[in-house]
Design a protein around this ligand. Structure first.
Ligand code: FMN
Length: 318
């Protein structure tokens, strides 16, 4: 059985991102050294109603393990039922509860970050899911709704309810993605609990990972945007003690990784997976010379062979 307390420190994991952390991207990050991958959030309501499309989002490849499946919702019974269905059908290594998403469509139904406004409800969700599944249950949250000190009490409530681990994105809901992540505040919250804590927010390199870990004293990091177009980050951060400087992959290396990502997309989704890959292209190539020209070609790609031809010629022209 997966146990957060037993995995190597610092934990270096892929943070959940809706529309991005699907099976192919998680596999790629795993291959590049992510110790643990969080799959994108799925609606507990949709899972409890056995919605086929949502159930498919929770399927994973065994090579992704350890996999954490995140769910969102605010009804304890529904969350428990969804977690049970996911555990029985897919057997992820752990379940995570989303208590940090600031998107309007999520918070308007009192899901995601709204749960920070009602610690009793948040605790009852943790208790209900803990009772429903055997695997560890964690929570991913923010510093607070609008006050960045709310987390100091909130972590205690989550721990008392039985959470096995808490990930803290060092911003409030009100901040959205503006400003900078406050890793020191994550460190203050970390002192208030005995369970492991992961720090999240603005970790984009070995240097920032080291800074976040030093300032928060957390058990590890979750990396989201810093992994987009940059799966190399996991191996670098995992070997941070050896002081490996950040790696700047050249165009050839980038192209090989994009092609590997594309092959995984096609294996998982069929050729339509290449359309889903389009949103990753800017992350892989933005800022590189010739990207504007490359982009106009990439948006029309519909087969692996076309993609290979375009990318290989882009190396030659680089
Ligand atoms: C496109 C996108 C989708 C996201 N989806 C989720 C999600 O499904 N669940 C979640 O808990 N956080 C989600 N997040 C938040 C990230 O996991 C992370 O907490 C945040 O981006 C800060 O970390 P970073 O600075 O490493 O990106 C998402 C972020 C982005 C940019």
């Amino acid at each position: 059985m997966f146990d957060w307390k037993k995995i190597k420190r610092p934990i270096v994991g892929l943070s959940p991102m809706a529309d991005f952390t699907d099976s192919p991207f998680c596999l790629l990050c795993k291959k590049f050294g992510a110790q643990v991958v969080y799959r994108e959030m799925v609606s507990a309501d949709a899972i409890a109603h056995l919605n086929e499309k949502t159930l498919r989002m929770a399927e994973f490849d065994l090579a992704e393990r350890p996999v954490v499946q995140q769910i969102f919702g605010s009804n304890p019974e529904t969350m428990a039922k969804a977690a049970q269905i996911i555990e029985e059908r897919f057997k992820p290594d752990a379940i995570d509860l989303n208590m940090g998403c600031p998107a309007h469509k999520i918070v308007k139904s009192f899901h995601g970050a709204s749960l920070m406004k009602d610690p009793d409800l948040a605790a009852s969700l943790v208790r209900a899911v803990k009772q429903a599944v055997k695997v560890p249950v964690s929570v991913k949250t923010r510093l607070g709704w609008s006050n960045d000190r709310e987390i100091l009490e909130f972590v205690k409530v989550l721990e008392d309810a039985g959470a096995d681990l808490i990930t803290i994105h060092g911003r409030t809901k009100a901040q959205g993605y503006s400003g900078t992540a406050n890793w020191d505040r994550v460190g203050e919250a970390r002192k208030n609990v005995k369970i492991p804590v992961l720090v999240n927010g603005d970790i984009v390199s070995v240097e920032t990972a080291r800074g976040a870990l030093a300032r928060s004293n957390a058990d590890g990091v979750l990396i989201a945007r810093g992994a987009l177009g940059n799966p190399w980050i996991f191996a670098e951060v995992s070997s941070a003690e050896s002081r490996v400087p950040s790696h700047k992959p050249d165009m050839d290396e980038r192209v090989q990784v994009v092609l590997e990502h594309a092959r995984l997309q096609v294996e998982h989704y069929g050729e339509k997976g290449l359309i889903k890959l389009r949103k990753h292209f800017p992350w892989y190539f933005k800022g590189l010379p010739g990207y504007k020209h490359l982009r106009t070609k990439l948006v029309h790609v519909s087969t692996l062979q076309e993609l290979e031809e375009i990318l290989v010629s882009s190396i030659i022209n680089c």
